[in-house]
Design a binder for this molecule. Structure first.
Ligand code: NAG
Ligand code: NAG
Length: 617
């Protein structure tokens, strides 16, 4: 980190002359500094590496210091970023270090070799966080390049000094706690507000554990929306994550868990069953993420409020609704947990120009499940293959906070069962043409907590987890959520197999259809099924795609299957036969079945096992 190329130094100086320049007060005597201060600058500006967009000079050490006013914090967004990366952890090559905890004392803030940096960045735009924030009113960036030549072009970005009060919470801090808050509904207070992870929008402190208590009044319930939540990168199972957000459907942490959020989540909505919700935020990882930004709302537990049908902006009562619209309906789970939805006049043809909206609103741990029983819409003959220009039924889900079309169904083929990714699902029926042959549709709807998974014992401490216990059932069937329908998006389900001592679980997948391409990672937007002999472990084998006759044997008396889907594309999931067997039993079966094809063993096994157990015990 010394002599700069003369040309580079010159360009740098020209650039620096626009700002306050300090020499040498920092990290390295040869380091140059550029200072941006909210007293001198406009509240926003542009910052870039020297020579951008041409390769930055080397070797180079440059400090960018941002000083906001005491009530402000610094926001930095890189619009382009390209710093030569030698190793994954940004050692060896060039890097940008972020010091977000520096304090502006009487003098300008400074860093030295011992200063703690909060992040080190290298690589390109996809490798770095969308935005960087200071904890306090100052932020320092250190750009360092080594001798090794590269064509990396550096960075350009914008900085802003923003008011800290934009991120204040409306709740009351619990006395003597580090970060616990209470949000109580009161007639004199606004019914909605925001809540954040500690230090948001800057990263949360390591080793945080915060509780957020939401207490609605009688006839109210709680709606939460996690607008943005960046904890850790990747698509790991939340079982393996040290940083998680858990939402409980009640006052205490023994209440059923509605959701566990980890990794990166955008626009996730939750509706409580009762008046209380507890949110637990735990951070135990080495590299803290940015945290979460969420909003809460105390909702009147009444049909007239949210999602009500309105005509010209005024909400209409049920009587008027029936008269003006034959088909717009809202289905809420507290009215009934299941029912039928039929097209107008079903099973007679629906009238032409029918246009209906159906909204489903579940609560707590429930998901909405639609099972199509009859489906016959007017078809247009010819070469049209999309549903756009025909009578159709469209299903919408809440994805990333927006209503997104999940599927469009037309013609006469009965669609596969569908499950929502959260508490809401909307259906739109456009029956423009109709004819004597168009019976319309008949759908059974259910508000389910068990994800359509039967056979195991569901656990309350996960949104979707089931135990298969050898002492309870020695064999059975295990399926993906909503099987044989399409599995829901944004869903993680865990299956824990507990064998008796000396037993192993044998699984034979007779159906396997999970959207993705090997190695089933987030880069390829893959859903996946993962196997492990530990409750928590990243040493797992992932599977996705369409697999035939997949067979798995546990290596000890515990086995876990994790199913995880993302927010796009759907498959029909899996179905597997399982059986708990001792090795000795397996050997007898193998010998007995040696004459047969391996694929027949599973059906044979059941009969043989009954026989063996009769003989041995
Ligand atoms: C930089 O780009 C030039 C021209 O494309 C190329 O010849 C050179 O090898 C590149 N250097 C490095 C280190 O990639
Ligand atoms: C399995 O079932 C037995 C008998 O009901 C019970 O004692 C045991 O605790 C169960 N194990 C698990 C892990 O649930």
């Amino acid at each position: 980190m010394n002599n700069m190329q003369p040309s580079a130094a010159l360009i740098l100086l020209i650039q620096l002359s626009l700002h306050t320049v300090d020499e040498g007060s920092a990290i390295n005597p040869s380091c140059s500094c550029i200072r941006f201060s909210s007293l001198l600058e406009k509240p926003r500006g542009t910052v870039s590496s020297p020579d951008y967009p041409r390769p930055y000079p080397r070797p180079l050490c440059l400090l960018y210091t941002f000083i906001a006013q005491p009530h402000q914090i610094v926001e930095l967004v890189f619009t382009d970023f390209n710093i030569y990366r030698e190793h994954l952890d940004c050692t060896g090559g060039d890097y940008v270090k972020v010091y977000s905890e520096v304090v502006a004392g009487p003098g300008p803030p400074a860093v030295n070799d011992n200063s703690k940096y909060s992040r080190v960045l290298c690589g390109n735009r996809n490798d770095i966080p969308p935005a960087i924030y200071s904890h306090g009113s100052a932020l320092i960036l250190e750009l360092s390049s080594g001798e090794k030549s590269s064509n990396a072009t550096g960075f350009i970005g914008t900085f802003k000094f923003i008011d800290r009060s934009d991120f204040e919470m409306d709740g009351t801090r619990v006395p003597h706690s580090r970060c616990d808050f209470v949000f109580s509904s009161h007639s004199s207070k606004p019914r909605e507000g925001k809540f954040y992870s500690p230090n948001y929008p800057s990263s949360y402190p390591e080793h945080s554990r915060c509780y957020y208590h939401f207490n609605a009044r009688k006839h109210e319930r709680v709606k939460l929306v996690f607008e943005e939540s960046f904890l850790q990168k990747g698509d790991e199972s939340c079982l393996n994550r040290a940083d998680t957000i858990k939402v409980f459907d009640g006052k205490v942490a023994s209440a059923p868990v509605i959701a566990i959020l980890c990794n990166e989540v955008v626009g996730y909505e939750i509706l409580s069953t009762g008046h209380d919700v507890l949110v637990e935020f735990i951070a135990r990882s080495k590299v803290a993420g940015q945290g979460f930004k969420a909003k809460y709302q105390f909702q009147e537990d009444d049909d007239s409020v949210e999602g009500a049908i309105t005509i010209d902006g005024t909400s209409i009562g049920p009587a008027v609704r029936a008269a003006t619209s034959s088909c717009d309906q809202i289905f809420r789970s507290h009215k009934s947990n299941s029912g039928k939805l039929m097209s107008p006049l079903y099973p007679s043809p629906y009238p032409p120009n029918t246009h209906c909206h159906y909204n489903f609103v579940a609560r707590g741990r429930q998901r909405v499940r639609l099972v199509f029983e009859d489906f016959s819409l007017q078809r247009i003959t010819g070469n049209i293959i999309d549903c756009e220009s025909m009578d159709s039924l469209d299903v919408f889900l809440n994805v990333d906070g927006r209503l997104e079309k999940m599927g469009s169904f037309c013609g006469g083929e009965v669609p596969k069962a569908i499950m929502s990714n959260g508490p809401k699902l909307a259906v739109e029926f456009r029956g423009a043409y109709s004819s004597r042959q168009s019976r319309g549709f008949k759908i059974s709807y259910y508000f389910v907590e068990d994800y359509g998974i039967t056979g195991g014992k569901q656990l309350m401490e996960f949104p979707c987890a089931f135990v298969y216990n050898s002492s309870v059932r020695a064999r059975g069937v295990v399926v993906s959520p909503n099987h044989p329908g399409l599995y829901p998006r944004d869903t993680e389900c865990n299956y824990f197999f507990h064998a008796k001592k000396g037993q192993k679980v044998h699984l034979h997948f007779t159906h396997f259809d999970v959207e993705g391409v090997h190695p089933c990672e987030s880069v390829s937007a893959s859903d996946y099924v993962e196997f492990s002999n530990e409750i928590k472990s990243t040493r797992t084998s992932r599977h996705c795609g369409q697999l035939k006759d997949l067979k798995i044997v546990s290596s000890k008396d515990f086995f876990r299957i994790t199913f995880r889907s993302n927010d796009r594309l759907d498959g029909t999931g899996f179905k597997a036969n399982y059986i708990f067997l001792k090795d000795s039993e397996m050997n007898i079966i193998k010998m007995a079945a040696s004459a047969c094809d391996w694929s027949q063993i599973f059906s044979l096994t059941i009969w043989l096992l009954i026989l063996i157990r009769h003989l041995i015990f």
